[in-house]
Every structure is written in C-alpha cells, then in structure tokens.
Design a protein around this ligand. Structure first.
Ligand code: 0RA
Length: 665
C-alpha cells in the first residue's frame, strides 16, 4: 500500500513540469473547484440524496479500512448543527510527507480528486461510494471539515473550508490508539437541504452491517434526546451477514421453509455471497449489491442469480417427477412468489449502467453467480427433500395463480362500473391534460375527499377519495388484487393498463395521466397504515411510478397557532413540529405560553377546504415528501412486521420504533 501511487488525474502533464510543487497546487485547486462548480457530476445531485451521499463516501473509506482487516468499529454521529462525525479504529490516514506533493499524505487525500481510491493498486476498492469520488469531494462541498488522526502515539489535526486547508497539519495531543475521525459540515451554498435524516443514514448503516459481517457501526443523533438526556443511538452489527439480512427482511412474514439457504465463495476472482429463503406471501424481495452498492436496477449478477435458481429448481422438480400433474407450462416468474434473497458480489472494475448507474454491466459476473447459486441450491435440495417439495409445490401454485390472473386482468381493460369517460364516479378529474402538470391526490375518506375537491385548484389537481384501507397486496394473489374496486379505480384513474398476456405483470405507463401522485391521509396510526398500504401497492404493482419520482406523501400540519383574543385566524400559523410552535410563542407571543391558542389537528376532516388548500395542497406552501425506492422497500418490511401474523417481531418492532413511516424528506 504505497501512498505515492496517488495519481492526480492529469499526471502526464505533471511529470514533465519542472516546478512540480506549484503545478500540483494549481491542479488541486482546479480539481476541487470543478467539484464545487458541478457538484451533481460528482455526487449525483445537491438535494437530500447528495447530502446523504457525503456521509456514505466518508463511511465507505472506513469500511475499506475494515475490510482490509485493520478496523472493526465505525461510529457515525449527527451533531446538533447537522455536522457529521465519522470515526473508525483503523490505522489512521498516514500523515507523513508525500514526496511528490510536498504535503502531508492526509492533505493529499483530502484535496486531490480520486486520491482515496488509488491506495491499493491492483485490488479493488471494495466498498466505494456510488460514484467513487473520494473524501476530497466531501471536503470541497463542506464549509467546514476537520480531520483528526490517531497515529504513532499522537493526535494530528487539520481543518479545512470549502476544500482548502485553514491551518497546517499539527499535533494536538497524545494517543494510545489509532484511528481516523472526519468531521464535516455540508455547505449550504451547495446543498438545497442541509438537515440530515436519521432513518436514511440508519438504513444505509444497517445494510453495511449485514453486508460486512463482523463490523460494528453505530449511529448517534445529538439533535434528539430522550428524557434522561441521552442522544438517540443505534448499533448495527451482524455476526452472520446475509443470513441475518434475509431474516431481517422477512421478519414479519410466515416462512415457507425454516431454513435460509446461503453460500459464500469466490469464482474467477469474483467474491459471491448469496442468502435466500421462501415465505408464504406472493411477492419477490431480491436485494442485490455490487461492492456494497445497492444495485436497484439489477444487472448481470441478478440475471445470473435468477437463472441459477430457476434452472436448478426446474431440474430438481423434473428429475424427481414433482410436476407431472401440473398441466401448465412453468414460466420464469413462477419461481419468484414468496422469494426473499440478497445477492452480494465484489467486482474489481464494475461497469455501472442504467438511468441511476445502479445496473451492473460486467458480463463475466453472470456465469459466476449462476454457477455458485446452482451448486449451493442443488446441494440443499438434495439434502432436504421435504423442504424441496414445499418449494416446488409453491412454484406450481404460482403457475396456476398466474393462469387465473389472466382473465382478471381483463377487468382493468373493460369499462363497466365506471363513469362515461371510463373513469371512476368518485374521481374529480382536473382540466389539464398535460401529465407533467397534473397532480392526483389519493385522499383517505369521503369527507376529507370532499374538502379536497372544494379546496383544490381544479386546473391541475384531481381528487380520488378512497374508502378506508385498500387491499394488502402482500397477502393477495394477482386475481384477488385485480378484483378489488379501489385498486381498479386507481389503475383507471392513472390511465395505467396491465398486459393481458399470460406472462405480463408489467404495467403499461405510456398513457399515465399524472406525474405527481400524492397520498393524503390523516396524521394518525390509521392514516399511516393507509399510506403504507398505498406505498406497498405502488412498490409492488407500479414500481416505475416510484422509480420516476412521481409518488409523494402530503404532510398536513399538526397544529394551528393563534394569539389568544386576536380576531380569528389573523396572524395564524400552521405548525408541523413542537419547535415551530415554540418559535411562534417566542416571536408572536413575546415568549408567553399563556397567550398561545393551540389547535391540534387530528385528521384532515378537521380542516376546512381553504385550510386544506393553504397548508397541504397549495404548491406555494405545502411540503411534499417524495417516496424513494429505499424507503418504499423499508415501508414494505415495516408493513409486514406491523400487519403480519407474527406477533413477536411486531412487538419488538413497535417497541423500538415510535414512528414507522420511513420517508425521506
Ligand atoms: C492508506 C494507508 C493507510 C491507511 C489508510 C489509507 C486509511 C484511510 C482511511 C480513510 C478512513 N479511514 C481510514 N483509515 C486508514 C495506512 C498505511 C500504513 O499505516 O501503513
């Protein structure tokens, strides 16, 4: 691991440059300047996603140190001011002079683009953030960054602002251990949002713990304290890695087989890890990772997994004459019902493709995963004939259900039970036909639906009231789902059809009428359930709606604050948090709580149409939360845990999670 193998990107020119020191300096500044000029090129975007990406980038460096065998603890803290502190117990980033650059190695790592990834030539950077940009990007996009290195019995420290050192590296104390601490505060001139979401970071750290068994990760939130004054904190650690990951995902489900089938091997220099099981539900949960990055769009490793699974199960069933009675041809998708799996590979030079660069393109990985899965699954089936039969029976059942669903799909296409235009009677459509402009509000209950219809802007806002809870698509097969009136109404309203072909589960979105679909429910437990059911429905049946960022959650206010004695509604303010109420008291009531008139909204129905418009629907004022894929997946799990038949995990879950809708702001 030689530190002087760091490349600056424009090294050819630099090598011929006699006054290296100067040239290097210019290069460094230009590099980080480029990051500040076009941050999205480096971290994807400058919204909430990019903001959290900064943390992943820093943590990934510590994960690399852990995977190299030198660290086993990584602590992440959200400080009160939304600074992030990441500490590991690795060797500490070297601080000795870098020969070419004439600066401490630490400073090179923090100021030279991509320097971080090139320590270990020849071996892959195992974790590596999505864009693999390195910690210097984080530095460039932070208005403050501080590095503390425990090494050689000392504590070294250096501080930066927007990528530039504000002091020389110095010794600030003695130390009896080694490690690296990076503290940074995101620059509000770059990011549209600088408030960190605990749940988003927790989800990533939990993933990392499962994917890298044996490493302890902690997350502490100094912004939130309990009655004892202790900050909110969680520890993520997994002894058994992917096996535990699969158990975690399926916590609320009924297992079809008790076992988790797993494998860990390396083929052609590609480390492969897989764990899988089946539950009694009818959906598939496959999570795939490349170098610890969640490959949402799949790719060759996922294809290899599916092929290995399908072919091995099919061959086992045929060899053992288990499908002789089945009159229907099996289709690929029959093997997916109730399947939960995690696939994790490490690839030296991953090629990422697709819209979000989360689809693995390396062809050589396909056969590697397929062979590994086939071998492990064949062994399992041969050693466990009872379980093998249960799985094959489920596959046969799926084939029959698929057959039955074919006729049910016709319901979506025909026009009976609907208004003249083929639209549900309950729908209040909007005037505009421009899908990009149009918004559909899915509203809990007819009374709130009525208020929304009166309060809306009818030009671009449509309202579809929903009666109570929609069907739980986790627990229902295709033909049941398509027999539900509420669900058919949603399909029709959106203008989405699903194929009548036997194999086609894919929705056809070409005639989609709305590019904003807003779930609007009460801010209580029932409302959260309905929102979760709807998210689960879109997640399972109309994934592209989520992928394209079309799905949102409305956030009605929890309070209305007025000053006592003042004319009704004059100077009234709507509040979403207790802090906002306090601010109202401070600014409008002169700090006197007695002057506060506080109205607590329990449901949407308590607001009149004007209030609903003002607070929750008016694009000028409202705060919509976008539903993203990670939180949709988490919501799916959460929902299973809360609504599933398994009482034990549900109790445990409720005890540890006060709120359970994990939705990114
Ligand atoms: C290169 C060499 C050495 C340590 C590291 C990198 C290192 C980087 C990071 C980033 C976050 N935490 C880290 N911990 C260590 C050590 C070389 C040596 O000691 O011989």
């Amino acid at each position: 691991m030689a530190i002087d193998e760091i490349e600056t990107g424009d090294d050819a020119q630099l090598r011929e440059e006699p006054k290296k020191y100067q040239a290097d300096n210019i290069q460094v500044l230009e590099g980080l300047e480029a990051v500040r000029k076009r941050p999205s090129m480096y971290i994807g975007d400058t919204g909430v996603r990019g903001l959290h990406h900064l943390v992943y980038e820093v943590v990934d460096n510590s994960i690399d140190e852990a995977l190299a065998g030198y660290a086993d603890h990584i602590d992440v803290t959200i400080e009160e001011d939304n600074s992030i502190r990441v500490t590991d117990n690795g060797r500490g980033i070297p601080v000795d002079m870098h020969e070419k650059m004439h600066k401490p190695a630490l400073e090179v790592v923090l100021t030279v683009l991509h320097a971080g990834g090139k320590f270990d030539k020849g071996s892959y950077k195992v974790s590596g953030g999505l864009h693999g940009v390195g910690v210097s990007c984080v530095n460039a996009l932070s208005d403050y960054l501080r590095a503390e290195i425990n090494r050689d019995g000392k504590v070294y420290m250096q501080e930066y602002s927007i990528g530039k050192p504000t002091c020389d590296l110095k010794v600030i104390g003695e130390s009896d251990h080694t490690g690296t601490t990076i503290i940074f505060h995101p620059d509000a001139n770059i990011f549209s949002e600088t408030v960190y979401n605990y749940e988003t970071l927790a989800n990533r750290l939990r993933d990392l713990a499962f994917l890298n068994a044996g490493i302890t990760l902690t997350l502490t939130d100094m912004r939130e304290r309990d009655e004892q004054g202790e900050p909110k904190s969680e520890v993520f650690y997994s002894k058994d890695g992917l096996r535990e990951f699969v158990k975690y995902i399926d916590a609320g489900k009924d297992p079809l087989i008790e076992d988790i089938i797993d494998l860990k091997t390396e083929k052609n220099g590609v480390p492969v890890e897989v764990a899988l099981t089946y539950n009694t539900d009818f959906n598939e949960n496959i999570y795939s990772y490349v170098n610890n990055i969640n490959t949402i769009e799949g790719g060759t490793h996922l294809t290899g997994f599916r092929r290995g699974l399908t072919m091995t199960l099919k061959k086992y069933a045929d060899d053992n004459k288990l499908l002789e009675k089945l009159k229907i041809e099996l289709s690929k998708e029959d093997f997916r019902d109730g399947l939960t799996a995690v696939v994790s590979v490490k690839v030296a030079e991953p090629q990422f493709e697709g819209q979000t660069k989360t689809k693995l393109g390396n062809n050589e990985v396909m056969g590697v995963v397929q062979t590994a899965v086939s071998e492990a699954l064949r062994n399992y089936l041969e050693e466990h004939p009872k379980q093998a039969k249960v799985i094959v029976d489920k596959v046969a059942l799926a084939a029959q259900a698929r057959h039955a669903a074919q006729s049910a799909r016709m319901r979506i296409q025909n026009k009976s039970s609907l208004g003249a235009a083929g639209l549900p009677d309950k729908l209040a459509p909007c005037k505009s036909r421009d899908a990009e402009l149009c918004e559909l509000f899915l509203v809990e209950g007819d009374s709130a639906g009525g208020s929304a219809k009166q309060g809306r802007n009818p030009h671009f806002q449509a309202i579809l009231p929903l009666r109570g809870k929609i069907l739980n698509v986790e627990k229902a097969q295709d033909h049941k789902v398509l027999a539900s009136d509420e669900i058919v109404n949603i399909y029709k309203t959106l203008g989405v059809t699903i194929g009548t072909e036997e194999d086609s589960k894919e929705p056809n979105m070409t005639k989609l009428r709305y590019h904003k679909i807003v779930i609007m429910t009460d801010a209580d437990v029932d409302g959260a359930h309905i929102a979760t059911l709807l998210m689960t429905f879109f997640y399972r049946r109309m994934r592209p709606i989520i992928d394209n960022g079309y799905l949102y959650i409305a956030t009605p206010p929890l309070y209305k604050c007025t000053i006592k004695g003042k004319k009704k509604d004059s100077g009234a303010e709507y509040c979403w948090t207790d802090q906002q109420v306090q601010r109202f008291v401070d600014t409008k009531c002169g700090g006197d709580r007695n002057k506060l008139e506080l109205q607590r909204y329990k449901g949407l129905g308590e607001m009149n149409p004007e209030q609903l418009w003002e607070t929750t629907m008016d694009p000028e004022n409202r705060m919509l939360k976008q539903v993203t894929l990670t939180n949709a997946a988490e919501a799916d799990r959460t929902f299973s845990v809360l609504m599933g038949e398994n009482v034990a995990p549900r109790r445990e879950f409720i005890e540890t999670h006060a709120t359970y809708a994990n939705i990114d702001a």
